[in-house]
Design a protein around this ligand. Structure first.
Ligand SMILES: Cc1cc2nc3c(=O)[nH]c(=O)nc-3n(C[C@H](O)[C@H](O)[C@H](O)COP(=O)(O)O)c2cc1C
Length: 163
């Protein structure tokens, strides 16, 4: 087996195994020049409680890394089980402005947008990034976090499907 085929086989195998790992689904969002930029991410992780640090892994060279560093703040919204349309929209390529029912909201008290009606959110200050292969791990310190709904279950991503 050539090295290239071996590498492809390993990547496919990793992808298949990772699909069996159930995750929640978040929308990571920044506000810049009066507009919002957001993407769907399930790589969110709480890294530390003291200090309060979280991480999210984003494609290197993508806009999110640049904009999070530039604007200094980003919001992470944990989607509820009824918000699969948000997940699909903010994962779609070439998405323009969001349709009104999938819009984000920046409360006067917060420096970053969140998804209305999400289960919980974290507003984070950009700290630094670590290159991790073809992604960048954005590390943020949590400046505010809140549970918005105890009764709605979170959206789950498993085997390539939302539930
Ligand atoms: C369930 C789900 C989870 C995702 N998680 C991530 C993630 O953690 N990091 C990432 O960079 N892209 C992730 N993606 C893909 C991005 O949402 C998608 O590629 C998006 O178009 C990237 O936005 P951009 O083009 O502005 O960089 C995920 C997609 C889905 C459907």
């Amino acid at each position: 087996m050539s090295a290239q085929i071996h590498e492809q086989h390993r990547a496919d195998s990793l992808r298949r195994a990772a699909r069996r790992f159930a995750t929640g689904v978040t929308v990571v969002a920044v506000r810049h020049d009066g507009g919002d930029h957001a993407l769907t991410a399930n790589s969110f992780i709480t890294l530390s409680l003291h200090p309060a640090l979280i991480g999210v892994s984003v494609t290197s060279g993508g806009r999110m890394r640049q904009l999070a560093e530039k604007t200094r703040y980003f919001g992470i919204s944990v989607l509820n089980a009824e918000q699969g349309d948000y997940a699909r929209h903010y994962a779609s390529r070439g998405r323009g402005g969001a349709p009104q029912h999938l819009g984000l909201h920046t409360p006067d008290t917060l420096p970053a947008p969140i998804v209305p009606g999400c289960v919980a959110y974290f507003v984070c200050r950009f700290e630094h990034t670590h290159p991790v292969g073809d992604h960048d791990l954005i590390v943020g310190s949590v400046v505010e976090s809140e549970v918005l709904s105890e009764e709605h279950p979170p959206l789950i991503f498993l085997d390539g499907k939302f539930s």
